[in-house]
Design a protein around this ligand. Structure first.
Ligand SMILES: *Cc1c(COP(=O)(O)O)cnc(C)c1O
Length: 423
């Protein structure tokens, strides 16, 4: 499958080159040349297929023959070797838990898939060593570090703002060793780290000497596997025969954009809701038709503190830039930290369920939309609450038991390269 740049200047490239490059040379995001709906028979019998089989059906047209079937199936098998359970709240609302991977963040799936694709391309052709450079405000770094650990031919450098990620998140970034280097930038914010990464990508001398790529959701190999979640949900809910409404806590809009791709592939969904915190660029756009990026505001759902969501252009492309068509399928609502905390309390009290702040924003999206008796609402739980202990524990007034993935990492020795940030 070939991919074109949404800036329409750079030449089209193969899946492989899109994965290796990340962003097109004209700074556009890559988008597939064609999207072919899946076979109706397959969708009508989805419950007969394993998650691995479903994932293969969903992704194969985008990879095409660039990774042979056998190897692609192996990559998928290793990527999704954990569960995606649906936890019921009330009669027609459930949480889809996407946090059962090694770092307990939904980003594990994209990071693991991308790492294995790069590993495959490197093994086949002995491409020059690739360096993945990524800035993180928390969850991306851990998922990327774990996903890429031990992949030959790939070095990973993760920049993070010293003192600004949670203890659990820091341990996940700094305790792995091998091909993973954590660069702790003193006196910086996430935006500073992000700006440093961007500067590196514009440095002609550096990019002439190093094969640099990024591992955020602009990369097609991180973005596209997120389609799987929506099919896994459909598989679990199909026999209810209700119209599905997905509420996706959104920051960079990669996950919801993958949901809208699943819709293009024929997944029967009535509505998608992009639920945001006060970084409300997209809700504003849907209301006014004007896209106004702003500096990001800090919130308790900090993985969604994004003031210029990069994947939104892909969403516009899916709908051929037709806002009326888009608005029939997508709604977007914004919520404050106060509302988010209130929702976390409500979820605990009503359903005895502990939601993390991002999942709680998703829940609020469903409540705002309203779910009638013929519909079924799913909010995506994108991280385990333990990843945001400082926020969650005081709100629910309870200590959260550490899951085994976290226990394993918390007592390990931190190792980082410490640098002072100079303006
Ligand atoms: C990254 C992240 C999000 C936002 O996902 P996008 O694809 O960037 O919209 C939501 N919740 C958590 C926990 C995350 O780590």
């Amino acid at each position: 499958m070939n991919f074109y740049s949404l800036n329409k200047i750079a030449p089209n490239v193969s899946f492989k080159d899109a994965v290796i490059k990340g962003l097109a040379p004209d700074k556009g995001l890559y988008f597939p040349e064609t999207i072919t709906p899946l076979n109706k028979e397959f969708l009508n019998h989805i419950e007969d297929f394993s998650n691995q089989e479903i994932a293969f059906e969903v992704i194969k047209q985008f990879v095409a023959d660039e990774i042979p079937e056998k190897e692609l199936k192996e990559i998928i098998g290793e990527t999704i070797n954990f569960d995606f359970p649906m936890v019921s709240m009330e009669e027609n609302i459930a949480a889809l838990e996407l946090f059962h991977g090694p770092t307990m963040a939904f980003k594990d799936v994209g990071a693991r898939f991308m790492a294995r694709c790069l590993g495959y391309f490197n093994k086949e052709e002995k491409t020059t060593k690739i360096t993945v450079l990524v800035a993180t405000s928390g969850d991306t770094g851990g998922a990327v570090a774990s996903g890429f650990l031990g992949v030959t031919g790939v070095d990973v450098v993760i920049l993070y703002p010293s003192g600004k990620v949670s203890d659990v998140q820091e341990k996940q970034l700094t305790t792995l060793g091998q091909n993973i280097t954590a660069l702790e930038v003193n006196g910086s914010t996430f935006d500073d780290c992000q700006a440093m990464v961007k500067t590196a990508f514009l440095d002609e001398e550096l990019i002439a000497n190093k094969n640099l790529t990024s591992a955020n959701s602009i990369n097609v190999a991180r973005w596209l596997p997120q389609m799987f979640y929506f099919f896994f949900a459909y598989k679990q809910l199909k026999n209810k025969q209700k119209a599905l409404i997905f509420s996706v806590p959104s920051g960079n809009f990669g996950n919801i954009c993958a949901g809208l791709m699943a819709y293009q592939l024929g997944l029967p969904v009535k509505k998608f809701i992009a639920a945001t915190n006060v970084n409300d660029i997209v809700p504003n756009y849907l209301e006014t038709g004007i896209y106004t990026p702003k500096p990001s505001k800090q919130t308790i759902s900090n993985a969604m503190d994004v003031g210029d969501p990069s994947n939104f252009v892909r969403i516009l492309e899916i709908f051929n830039n037709d806002d009326e068509k888009l608005k029939k399928v997508l709604s977007s609502y914004s919520f404050t930290d106060k509302e988010t905390k209130q929702a976390m309390k409500e979820i605990k009290e009503k359903y005895n369920y502990i939601a993390d702040p991002h999942g709680a924003v998703g829940y609020l999206g469903l409540k705002k939309q309203g779910i009638d008796a013929n519909s079924f609402g799913i909010f995506l739980e994108t991280a385990h609450p333990v990843k945001f202990l400082n926020v969650v524990e005081p709100v629910i007034n309870e200590t959260i038991e550490l899951p085994k993935q976290i226990k394993e990492v918390i007592d390990k020795e931190k190792e980082s390269v410490y640098k002072n940030f100079k303006v």
